[in-house]
Design a protein around this ligand. Structure first.
Ligand code: SF4
Ligand code: F3S
Length: 118
């Protein structure tokens, strides 16, 4: 599953790598203002997206239960063509709205989500 200490074990990626990420995604844009924690090497390695609500893009298999069940609609789909696990991922676009219910953390079949360092 996702490393709950990602914010100390990984580096936040800069604007240049963010641009590279954005151009690797089609149709939908990555959330503005959502931090990404590297390493990032599109299209195979896409990093961890978000800080309070963090999604490991390299683990996510696009199950969708998080997005369908979040009571405050934190997540939006992003297309990720050619990623080995799945061709779309959930971006924690409205992570500032999270009410820490932990539903997404508990429901994800591959343990790809961490909320508030839990
Ligand atoms: Fe949504 Fe609850 Fe997950 Fe926060 S912890 S993103 S409110 S499902
Ligand atoms: Fe991905 Fe898990 Fe959600 S696989 S779509 S983070 S339930």
């Amino acid at each position: 599953g996702i490393d709950p200490n990602f914010d100390s074990n990984r580096e936040k990626v800069g604007e240049e790598e963010l641009e590279e990420l954005r151009s690797s995604a089609s149709q939908t844009e990555f959330g503005e203002g959502v931090d990404v924690w590297g390493p990032v090497e599109p299209p195979e390695k896409l990093g961890i997206h978000g800080t309070h609500v963090a999604v490991d893009y390299d683990l996510c298999v696009a199950d969708g239960a998080c997005l369908e069940n979040c009571p405050v609609d934190v997540f939006t789909w992003v297309e990720t063509p050619d990623h080995p696990e799945s061709e779309r991922k959930v971006e924690p676009t409205r992570e500032d709205q999270c009410i820490d219910c932990m539903l997404c953390v508990d429901i994800c079949p591959v343990d790809a989500i961490d909320v508030d360092g839990s």
